[in-house]
Write a protein that binds this ligand. Structure first.
Ligand code: CA
Length: 230
């Protein structure tokens, strides 16, 4: 487990974005420190390693690529880069510099928090280590790298949410996942919408995975995928 509240170092020079995001991140359960430029960010990261860095690409002086490269020289702290819309080259370059993920501006707040949670989870900072490689439960295989499920010989393409939901259920076989846990892990605790969304996504998954239905509804409790009986 990491700290009680994962600590995010947010590197951004635009006050409007900082003022908007920092309270939201606090509300979503993160402690946040802010750096307005690259050298400050590197100094702060050295003082105390954050759990994750949200790094804007457009910074005065030293840009986000250079900051990411410097961070990577001495740390494998997860980095999410904020890039401009449709700058595919920037995203590729960011990933090459060692960023773990990116979010394109403008973004919805809950998209950012969902990415933060996903990256922290992959780095084992939220108490649940993600082993690399495929997951297997009965005749269903999940390929995290490809965002693909397979049932028997059949490949099943999943959207990001469907993948996150199936991943959560398959990593917790025989454990009933409550709606609150599912919302938190798959959509982010800041999700304000209708929580019927879970039922909708379970329905999508069931329809894609086919018969026999691998996801059991536990009335009033949540959803579970069972290990096959030996
Ligand atoms: Ca900026």
């Amino acid at each position: 487990m990491g700290r009680e509240r994962p600590e995010i170092l947010f590197v951004e020079d635009e006050p409007g974005i900082v003022e908007f995001l920092v309270p939201g991140l606090g509300y979503a359960g993160f402690a946040t420190r802010v750096a307005g430029d690259g050298p400050t960010a590197l100094r702060m990261a050295e003082d105390r390693e954050p759990d994750l860095v949200v790094l804007d690409l457009m910074l005065p002086g030293m840009d986000g690529f250079a900051v990411c490269r410097s961070l990577r020289e001495r740390s494998d702290v997860p980095v999410i880069m904020l890039t401009a819309r449709d700058q595919v080259g920037d995203r590729v370059r960011g990933l090459e510099m060692g960023a773990d993920d990116y979010v394109t501006k403008p973004f919805h707040f809950r998209e950012l928090t969902a990415r933060i949670r996903a990256v922290l989870r992959r780095h084992g900072q939220s108490g649940e280590m993600r082993a690399p490689g495929p997951l297997q439960l009965g005749d269903i295989t999940l390929e995290p790298e490809l965002r693909l499920a397979r049932r028997g010989d059949r490949d099943i393409e999943l959207t990001r949410r469907e993948f996150e939901l199936l991943d959560l259920l398959m990593r917790n076989p025989d454990r009933v996942m409550s709606r609150a846990v599912i919302l938190d892990r798959v959509w982010g605790a800041d999700f304000m919408g209708d929580d019927n969304i879970i039922e909708v996504y379970v329905r999508y998954l069931r329809s894609k995975l086919g018969e026999p239905n691998p996801i059991t509804t536990v009335r009033g409790a949540g959803y579970v995928m069972r290990r096959p009986q030996a």
